[in-house]
Ligand binder design. Structure first.
Ligand SMILES: *Cc1c(COP(=O)(O)O)cnc(C)c1O
Length: 297
């Protein structure tokens, strides 16, 4: 069971760390479960507890065709015996993504809505009729309970020993949880994978208490063109990172995180003796949408 799993801390042994007495480790949330990608499990946890407490039987959320959140929800709901409903952005495709195929196989009920309706998160009336008491979770698990669940990512004994904590950022719920859980002297750095998503600062602050607000730094220059966009440079980096470390990454989130870390390291961003934690938030299943052979892992 995922609940009991303790994440592995992978010490990095790469060039560029030793000269300033730096050290770094990767928290391998990607190893927790093949489908319930790392941080998604933590983010869903408190919502699903409430589903149970309220005796709801069905859970509904929103996502795109490659949404790790949708797939994680499908897997978690199957495990907990809840009915899962996915409201998916856009027309039903002739060839659904492997993310959606997997979600359907796990028993998720999928409904496609237009991009306009999706923007307003309009639930089709027929869905409301079929599942009148469905518990609704925001797109990406954004919200207070998601943040509270993400706090547990730092509930491992070595966590207080890190000076810097880096994570990839979509909705920012995970970064909010890490910020709320971190010690005051720890620096939190979020790598935004969306293009020019400058509302992030506010949406993360909205999840935080007064003295936690703005206690994190967002970097916007590592998005490689935006959400789920990638370049040859990013793919080459992911392959070379795997050769150097044995750690696989995904092109939507963690590839950009490791690229940013490597770049910051080369630029002397980290003060001497820093101890850096990189959160491997999972998402590897998303690589199935790349052409076979693109990645060496
Ligand atoms: C969803 C996701 C994120 C982003 O998490 P947020 O809490 O939305 O910022 C990061 N990494 C992976 C692999 C994800 O699937």
């Amino acid at each position: 069971m995922i609940e009991k799993a303790v994440p592995i801390l992978d010490e990095l042994k790469i060039e560029g760390l030793s000269k300033d007495n730096l050290s770094a480790a990767v928290l391998r949330l990607d190893l927790l479960h093949p489908l319930v990608s790392g941080n998604k499990w933590y983010k869903l946890n408190k919502y699903l507890q409430e589903v149970k407490e309220k005796n709801c039987r069905s859970v509904l959320s929103f996502g795109g065709a490659y949404s790790n959140h949708i797939l994680a929800m499908a897997a978690a709901c199957k495990e907990k015996d809840f009915i899962s409903i996915g409201i998916i952005r856009g027309e039903q495709p002739a060839n659904p993504s492997s993310t959606l195929l997997n979600a359907a196989e796990l028993g998720m009920h999928l409904f496609y809505i237009s991009r306009e309706d999706y923007r307003e998160k309009k639930i089709p009336p027929a869905v409301m009729e079929q599942f009148p008491s469905a518990y609704i979770i925001n797109e990406g698990g954004y919200g207070h309970k998601g943040m509270m669940g993400a706090k547990d990512i730092l509930a491992f004994p070595e966590a207080p020993g890190f000076t810097h904590i880096l994570t990839a950022v979509g909705t920012g719920t995970t970064l909010a949880g890490l910020t709320a859980a971190a010690r005051e002297q720890q620096q939190l750095i979020g790598i935004s994978v969306l293009k020019n998503n400058f509302d992030l600062q506010t949406s993360i602050n909205d999840l935080l208490g007064e003295n936690e607000k703005n206690r994190f730094t967002l970097l916007h220059q590592y998005n490689f063109g935006g959400y789920a966009k990638h370049t040859d440079e990013l793919i080459e980096f992911m392959n070379s990172w795997y050769r150097r470390t044995g750690i696989p990454s995904d092109f939507v989130y963690t590839g950009k995180l490791f690229y940013a870390f490597n770049d910051l390291l080369g630029k002397g961003f980290f003060p001497p003796s820093s101890r850096i934690l990189l959160i491997h938030s999972g998402g590897l299943q998303g690589n199935h949408s790349l052409r076979k052979g693109t990645l060496i892992f």
